[in-house]
Design a protein around this ligand. Structure first.
Ligand SMILES: O=P(O)(O)OC[C@H]1O[C@H](O[C@H]2O[C@H](CO)[C@@H](O)[C@H](O)[C@H]2O)[C@H](O)[C@@H](O)[C@@H]1O
Length: 247
């Protein structure tokens, strides 16, 4: 893995699309929308959903959003019916026609949600419950990050769950749910099978998606300066992602 700041910008999208059947896997927060103080506080450009639909058509359907948010939450912010999507860090995967792909996503046990509600209250953290996971947010109280992580590890240990770290957040998922698994699942099916896969993302959980693309002959594009990264290329920020994708 290299430091992100030394990585070059990706070749122009139009050139890549001319060379081979390209598939794009796009992270949401920090890639298509700027990070905000709270999960509900994001500003989603009005044109984003339509622009993504048009990009999906240019790619003959080989475009998927791969987010840590639940699919329902994503749809509330950016209604992308007709696009492939994976939510809750890859736990839930949906083809463009609405079919579920791969193993059925599993939610967390109720006892884990109960423990998280109690702990979030005691620690003064915001809890985001999802269809297939949960997130403890400490963006408004960065000093509580280590406590949040220790508590998440405790709950994960009690209920055989996995812990993921992110920007101002620690999350709990079922073991094995990650963005790499979602990319591999999409690549097993039309229209993604046989394409050159490219993952664009800004956070540590996006590294699994980038690694899965690299395994399949493609590459990752890191957004920002997070290191270490498996990405081959770098875009500095969200506006540069819009420019590169011509959104
Ligand atoms: O995989 P992503 O699409 O990047 O989603 C990752 C998490 O994004 C959201 O949390 C993050 O964005 C919030 C809004 O900008 C911010 O307040 C928070 O600190 C970030 O961690 C979302 O709430 C999570 O469920 C996603 O897993």
């Amino acid at each position: 893995m290299d430091g992100a700041s030394d990585l070059p910008p990706p070749p122009p999208l139009a050139r890549l699309m001319d060379e081979c059947p390209l598939a794009l896997f796009l992270d949401f927060d920090g890639t298509l929308v700027e990070i905000a103080a709270t999960p509900g506080g994001i500003a989603v450009p009005r044109r984003l959903a339509d622009s993504l639909q048009m990009l999906g058509q240019r790619l003959d359907g080989r475009l998927a959003l791969v987010t840590g948010r639940s699919l329902e939450d994503l749809a509330g912010h950016c209604p992308v019916d007709g696009l492939a999507c994976a939510g809750s860090h890859g736990a839930a995967r949906r083809a463009a026609d609405g079919r579920e792909l791969g193993e059925a996503a599993r939610t967390l046990p109720q006892a884990a949600f109960d423990a998280l509600h109690r702990g979030a209250h005691e620690l003064g953290l915001a809890l985001e419950t999802k269809t297939h996971g949960a997130a403890l947010h400490f963006r408004s109280a960065p000093a509580k990050g280590e406590q949040a992580l220790a508590f998440a590890r405790e709950v994960a240990g009690d209920h055989d769950l996995a812990v993921k770290r992110g920007k101002g957040v620690v999350e709990l998922t079922q073991p094995g749910a990650d963005k790499g698994g979602a990319v591999r699942e999409f690549l097993r099916h039309r229209p993604f099978a046989g394409s050159l896969p490219v993952f664009i993302g800004d956070d540590v959980t996006d590294e699994d998606g980038m690694a899965a693309c690299a395994e399949a002959g493609g590459f990752g594009i890191i957004v920002g300066d997070r290191t270490p990264t498996a990405a081959r290329y770098r875009l500095p920020d969200v506006p540069s992602v819009y420019d590169w994708l011509d959104l």
